[in-house]
Design a protein around this ligand. Structure first.
Ligand SMILES: Nc1ncnc2c1ncn2[C@@H]1O[C@H](COP(=O)(O)OP(=O)(O)OP(=O)(O)O)[C@@H](O)[C@H]1O
Ligand SMILES: CC(C)(CO)[C@@H](O)C(=O)NCCC(=O)O
Length: 316
């Protein structure tokens, strides 16, 4: 057995797809027509089997865990004899570029808000916390987008601390995949949700490299449950390249797109560019900064070909 396997065996319960699907138990299979349309609108390739086998058991597990947390708050209220501030339950989702973090996050948002105990579920991506394009250019980080140094970590930890503190309204910055830059015209207001899902490749990272005296709380200090979406690098590169080709016909064709010049490429040229971006940016970032954080997660979802989940690891 290799080291990764033995570490995983020590830390996690392991389920194959069939074993995990059985844990759905009493969660109703039937989603309303609107919920189904919502889910499929997110991604037409998403199969109903994936929702029922993988995401419904996960939604059941999270509901039980959140319920326990809400009971703990109730006990604390009684003990302290006053109401503690409304503090949202925070779920993080991390993993490589193109693994499907935002798709997973949106499926979970839809499923979790069906439970009466936590109807308001907000979703924030850490893309908005990338430094604005002008700053990245000035700092020479244009080929390091997605690396730890390309994010405003101070802004991100302040944001998550303010949400956790139960502030009435906290503003999240938004990112545009069209202009490849932070949006200067609009923010996302977060107003005391029951659950906040925070999605991004950096959410399990720590500041361990900095001097001990200057270490600040990390995002993970505020997170109640963390999920890592995993897949072999060969699949990730393939999904990244497929999406790049789709963008070329969609977002890149927009004259405002930072990558408008890509829309005129032939398939072969586009494939070569996408492969190069993977090999020089997203692949190295995965190996250096993302994969090493995997075993910190409470749950690891592993995908095989066609985005089908084939293994689930749940922290003991
Ligand atoms: N469950 C799924 N079934 C089928 N296709 C999927 C699934 N999840 C994601 N995809 C496809 O994989 C690609 C990447 O998905 P997504 O944009 O969700 O990834 P991401 O991890 O959020 O990426 P990034 O870090 O670049 O924002 C997209 O083309 C998406 O359509
Ligand atoms: C915005 C990030 C960093 C993360 O979602 C990523 O999609 C990205 O832009 N990476 C840089 C290289 C690339 O264009 O894929």
């Amino acid at each position: 057995m290799n080291t990764t396997n033995s570490i995983q065996q020590a830390l996690f319960h392991r389920f194959d797809r069939e074993q995990w699907a059985e844990l759905r138990q009493s969660v109703p299979l039937t989603l309303s027509e609107t919920e189904l349309v919502d889910l499929q609108g997110m991604n037409e390739q998403l199969s109903l089997a994936e929702v029922t086998d993988i995401y419904l058991p996960l939604s059941r597990l999270l509901n039980l865990i959140i319920d326990a947390k809400q009971q703990r708050s109730f006990v604390l209220n009684q003990f302290l004899d006053h109401k503690v501030d409304h503090s949202p339950y925070i779920i993080s989702i991390s993993g490589s570029v193109a693994v499907g973090k935002s798709t997973t996050a949106r499926i979970l948002q839809t499923l979790l808000q069906r439970w009466p105990q936590h109807p308001k579920v907000d979703l924030v991506t850490t893309d908005g916390f990338l430094y604005p394009l002008a700053d990245l250019k000035r700092k020479g980080l244009m080929k390091r987008k997605g690396f730890p140094e390309s994010y405003d970590k101070k802004m991100l930890s302040q944001f998550i601390a303010d949400v956790k503190a139960g502030h009435d309204e906290v503003l999240a910055p938004l990112y545009s995949h069209v202009t490849y830059d932070r949006r200067h015209d609009e923010h996302q207001p977060i107003r005391q949700p029951d659950i906040l899902i925070l999605e991004g490749l950096n959410v399990l990272q720590t500041d361990a490299d900095t001097l001990v005296e200057s270490r600040k709380p990390f995002v993970s200090d505020f997170v109640d449950f963390s999920i890592y979406v995993d897949a072999e690098e060969s699949l990730l590169k393939e999904w990244y390249m497929q999406r790049f080709l789709q963008f070329r016909q969609g977002a890149f064709a927009n004259p405002k797109s930072y990558f408008n010049h890509y829309s005129k490429l032939t398939d072969a040229e586009a494939n070569a560019i996408a492969a190069n971006i993977w090999d020089t940016i997203n692949g190295p970032n995965l190996k250096l900064n993302i994969l090493p954080t995997r075993e910190r997660a409470d749950l690891i979802l592993t995908k095989g070909a066609n985005h089908l989940m084939d293994k689930v690891l749940l922290k003991k």
